[in-house]
Design a protein around this ligand. Structure first.
Ligand SMILES: Cc1cc2nc3c(=O)[nH]c(=O)nc-3n(C[C@H](O)[C@H](O)[C@H](O)COP(=O)(O)OP(=O)(O)OC[C@H]3O[C@@H](n4cnc5c(N)ncnc54)[C@H](O)[C@@H]3O)c2cc1C
Length: 390
């Protein structure tokens, strides 16, 4: 029912109204990402767009009178594309569940769910998803962050390690850290952690693109962890931290693709609105771009439907991310070229969007890594028979 085109058009219209609220903040947030909480944390309307579950969301969006919780991938890609047309960095810098919410929704027990969502409902709270490490990148097999029993007679566990390139890390109040508790692939667990614990530090990193997201390094030195903080502790190890992480990637990659698509569409629209007297060659380029935007939107929607149907299969999610990421880079660079030398100075929004577009390549795995997933999915038959007719 949610994929009914009329419903999605209504949702898109509502998202567009919210996107207008981001226009005045885009360049200010880019210049000084520490302004994020002041610029974006005060308006409770954002919480309705970030996937808060019904029990914690008394004032949901309504489309045709029906409440919408933006908790399905198809809903998220429509909403996020519209917001990203104005400012992807600001959307990513909003308080709310973000990626860690998928893990909590999948494997937290009732008490952990309540601890996480009630905090988000009570006050503007940023969250984080801590996977990538400075020495091991995003390869979970070689994860160095460790969760071990305290060896000095203290009760409980201690968390030690460093995570890097974590969105909103330095401004977050709560989030999920992945750590190794035992050797082997099933030894990685997800820990629900408040950032005011002793031994936990979040340090903002300097970046060129998506600056509003405030990528951060998280340092954990003997951070105390209780058994009650380990997500999925009541479940078998095969349905624990790594299982939830893979499902999160498969569901969030279409959303990252929708951010990239929004930036690509925003750049196209900027040229149409601001360039007078296009030459015929330029009109052809823009028409070609418009076609590819429509094709990419269809791919992103197919990936979102697949993720809602079966989050174990990330084949289409990877396809959508590869395509949308490339288009965001191409579209923003084309737009800059169409305004000639000096465009980056004279059109600071375009300059910002071109810098932001580069970040999607790395977020949630590089295109090389997506190609590996896509190839695997093709070999497994996930894409059906896509061979061209002889
Ligand atoms: C804007 C942004 C937001 C982010 N947010 C978060 C976050 O919230 N939480 C978090 O934990 N992380 C986050 N990250 C980190 C991100 O997930 C990683 O940077 C990304 O997955 C790439 O991993 P890596 O940097 O370890 O590079 P690697 O995976 O080490 O890759 C390095 C290079 O090697 C290539 N490569 C790697 N493996 C292969 C292979 N098998 N075959 C061919 N080529 C290969 C890659 O394409 C790349 O060019 C974020 C990054 C960005 C840019």
């Amino acid at each position: 029912m949610t994929t009914d085109p009329g419903f999605l058009a209504g949702l898109r219209g509502l998202a567009r109204e919210h996107a207008d609220l981001l226009r005045p903040t885009a360049l200010g947030l880019d210049a000084d990402p520490s302004l994020g909480p002041a610029l974006l944390g005060t308006d409770p309307r954002w919480l309705r767009l970030t996937g808060m579950p019904a029990a914690y969301n008394p004032d949901p969006l309504r489309v045709g009178g029906r409440p919408v919780y933006v908790d399905r991938c198809v809903e998220q890609v429509v909403v996020m594309e519209e917001l990203a047309r104005v400012d992807a960095a600001a959307v990513l810098a909003l308080p709310g569940p973000s990626m860690s919410g998928f893990v909590v929704a999948d494997i937290a027990d009732e008490e952990q769910r309540d601890r996480y969502y009630q905090r988000l409902a009570d006050r503007p709270t940023w969250t984080f998803f801590g996977m990538t490490e400075p020495a091991h990148g995003s390869d979970p097999a070689s994860m160095g962050t460790a969760l071990r029993p305290a060896d000095d007679g203290r009760e409980g566990l201690l968390l030690n390690g460093t995570k890097r390139f974590v969105g909103n890390g330095a401004r977050a109040g709560i989030g999920v850290v992945f750590a190794r508790r035992h050797p082997g692939p099933l030894g990685v667990v997800a820990v629900l952690l408040e950032t005011d614990r002793p031994g936990f530090t979040g340090i903002p990193l300097e970046t060129l693109g998506l600056r509003g997201l405030q990528l951060s390094e998280l340092r954990m030195r003997d951070v105390p962890v209780a058994d009650a903080d380990v997500l999925g502790r009541h479940r078998p190890a095969t349905r624990g931290g790594m299982w939830a992480a893979v499902r999160t990637f498969n569901r969030y990659r279409p959303v990252v693709a929708s951010f990239a698509l929004g930036v690509a569409q925003g750049a196209h629209d900027y040229v149409v609105a601001n360039r007078r007297q296009l030459g015929s060659g330029e009109r052809d380029l823009l028409a070609d771009l418009a076609d590819r935007l429509a094709g990419t939107r269809a791919t992103v929607m197919a990936a979102a439907e697949s993720a809602d149907h079966d989050p174990r299969d990330g084949t289409l999610a990877s396809a959508a991310k590869i395509r949308a990421t490339a288009l965001a880079e191409e579209s923003t660079l084309l737009a800059l070229r169409m305004f000639g030398p000096g465009a980056r100075w004279e059109h600071p929004l375009l300059d910002k969007w071109a810098r932001d577009a580069r970040a999607f390549e790395f977020m949630e795995g590089t295109s090389n890594v997506q190609r590996l997933t896509l190839a695997q999915g093709h070999l497994n038959g996930s894409l059906g028979d896509v061979r061209p007719a002889a």
